[in-house]
Design a protein around this ligand. Structure first.
Ligand SMILES: [Zn+2]
Length: 75
């Protein structure tokens, strides 16, 4: 197995503005999927490619630097 890269990304719901974070994992094969808002059921994010998103969480309080990525990123 190749070493996996995880990054945490943030998304805002287009319907209600709820903020979510998700862990993005790089894969060697293609994945696709989507995540829907648990509040208004709007599609927050859909993906297709050599990565997968999991561990979706609603962000209760906004971090000081909104939208910033952290973790390892080698894209
Ligand atoms: Zn929503």
């Amino acid at each position: 197995m190749a070493n996996s890269l995880w990054t945490i990304e943030e998304f805002a719901c287009p319907g209600c503005g709820m903020n979510y974070s998700a862990t993005k994992e790089a894969h060697s094969e293609k994945h696709s999927g989507s995540f829907r808002c648990s509040v208004c059921t709007a599609e927050v994010h859909a993906w297709s490619g050599n990565h997968h998103f999991f561990d979706w969480k609603a962000i209760q309080s906004r971090p000081p630097v909104f939208g910033r990525r952290w973790g390892v990123s080698q894209w």
